[in-house]
Design a protein around this ligand. Structure first.
Ligand code: PRP
Ligand code: URA
Length: 209
């Protein structure tokens, strides 16, 4: 079974509280999501393997560490996942970015795919799939399915707010995928929205409602 990391650093909790409030406008919501994504990205990348290389400082030659191994990729689930990309790219500017377009059918609440474009060498990369909301888990499970179909074996899911149902759904479908999340809220309402949550992340990010 995969590990669920609740990233509850005080700065993240503080910024998330600001985002949750219904009077937090689009500009602040967008900025806070990017800031939290950077802070969470710091934790998600904590276990990256290192290797030693020889360098020369102004004082002496020495061995020093750099990140080794596979390259990183970030895969936002459109639309709201886009708001988490720059936070990670601030930390890992060379990461490639793939996009998966999914929306939840308002009646069935099931994910509907409309776009998928991933880096060519996706199978050789460590991927971080990003989406602020993990509600039923349907969107994240479907996105990870697409990525696995392209041969990628190293996937981490990074979300902002989830609920027990969503976490369980991802763990059951993808027991090899670790989850990083800032908060696991109480429950899903009858429209499959997270309560207390923060409402519709895409609409709040882009001001579409
Ligand atoms: C939201 C959110 C997730 C999904 C979560 O996207 O960004 O992708 O719902 O719900 P689930 O876990 O039940 O699948 P939405 O479908 O509203 O699309 P949008 O980002 O384009 O608004
Ligand atoms: N999508 C959202 O944006 N918010 C929720 O609470 C559930 C799904």
């Amino acid at each position: 079974m995969s590990t669920v990391h609740v990233v509850d650093h005080p700065l993240i909790q503080h910024k998330l509280t600001l985002m949750r409030q219904k009077n937090c406008g689009t500009k602040d919501f967008r900025q806070l999501l990017e800031e939290i994504s950077m802070l969470m990205g710091y934790e998600v990348t904590r276990e990256l393997p290192l290797k030693e290389i020889e360098i020369e400082t102004p004082m002496a030659k020495c061995k020093s560490k750099v990140i080794a191994g596979k390259k990183l990729g970030v895969v936002p689930i459109l639309r709201a996942g886009l708001g988490m990309v720059d936070g990670i790219l601030n930390l890992v500017p060379a990461a490639k970015v793939g996009h998966i377009g999914l929306y939840r059918d308002p009646e069935t609440h099931l994910p509907v795919e409309y776009y998928c474009k991933l880096p060519k060498d996706v199978a050789e990369r460590d991927l971080i799939v990003v989406d602020p909301m993990l509600a039923t888990g349907g969107s994240s499970v479907a996105a990870i399915n697409f990525i696995k179909q392209r041969g990628c074996k190293s996937i981490t899911l990074m979300c902002l707010v989830g609920c027990p149902e969503g976490v369980r759904a991802v763990q059951e479908a993808h027991p090899d995928v670790d989850i990083y999340i800032a908060a696991i809220d109480e429950y899903l309402n009858e429209n499959k929205y997270i309560v207390p949550g923060l409402g519709d992340a895409g609409d709040r990010l882009y001001g579409t409602k």
